[in-house]
Write a protein that binds this ligand. Structure first.
Ligand SMILES: Nc1nc2c(ncn2[C@@H]2O[C@H](COP(=O)(O)OP(=O)(O)OP(=O)(O)O)[C@@H](O)[C@H]2O)c(=O)[nH]1
Ligand SMILES: [Mg+2]
Length: 198
């Protein structure tokens, strides 16, 4: 898919205030600093459509972008656990889980994973949560340019093995770099394929 237009629509912290539209929507989620906003800029070929920062916690709101006037791309804040009072139970930030539970036009969540790191419990738990709520997702490994090819392959293989301990199969996944644009065509074609089928 070619990106002809990409425009910022609205930012907010309430799913009820998200655009009142039935256009298919794709959300980018993952830990702070994993590269969500950078990936959105890379995919759309717009250098500063989404705000990025070397400091974690840059994106604080649900940000909608309208692409080619026919689908929405959503930049989300990094997830972390929100402490529930008087309990040691940890849950993901409420407005993030509310977004995924309520937003029916959300077709596929892209869960971003830093390709340099070992599988992290918070990412595993978030994917588990998506699975329990029947929310479709893919994995995007980010920052591939920061690793030597052999190490990258080893890390992905290791991630797959760990996933297969709790999942029947490895979800669809993409390997990306915001600097080299690795993965751009594959992800855009994947989205286009879904858009054409609905
Ligand atoms: N080398 C390299 N750096 C990257 C890549 N993607 C992101 N970065 C850097 O990683 C840092 C974080 O990127 P962001 O895109 O702001 O990350 P984010 O996930 O949106 O972070 P929050 O909004 O804080 O949750 C920035 O310094 C980016 O330049 C990549 O593919 N390669
Ligand atoms: Mg961000």
């Amino acid at each position: 898919m070619k990106i002809k237009t990409a425009e910022f629509v609205i930012s907010n912290s309430k799913v009820d205030h998200c655009p009142n539209s039935t256009l298919p929507e794709y959300a980018f989620i993952g830990r702070s600093n994993v590269g969500k906003s950078s990936l959105i800029n890379m995919l759309t070929g717009r250098k500063s459509l989404a705000k990025t920062s070397a400091k974690p916690g840059k994106t604080q709101l649900i940000n909608h972008f309208l692409i080619n006037n026919n689908w929405h791309l959503v930049d989300l804040p990094g997830y972390g656990y929100a402490q529930v009072s008087k309990s040691t139970k940890k849950v993901f930030q409420k407005f993030i889980t509310a977004y995924f539970k309520k937003r029916e036009q959300m077709i596929c969540a892209f869960v971003l994973i830093d390709s340099r790191h070992k599988p992290q419990p918070i990412d595993m738990e978030f994917m588990q949560w998506l699975g329990e709520h029947n929310i479709p997702f893919c994995i995007i490994f980010t920052k591939a340019d920061k690793l030597k090819p052999k190490i990258l392959d080893k890390n992905i293989e290791n991630y797959k093995n760990e996933m297969l301990e709790s999942w029947v199969e490895m979800p669809e996944y993409f390997i990306t770099s915001a600097t080299s644009k690795l993965g751009q065509d594959d992800i855009l074609d994947y989205i286009e394929g879904i858009n054409n089928s609905i």
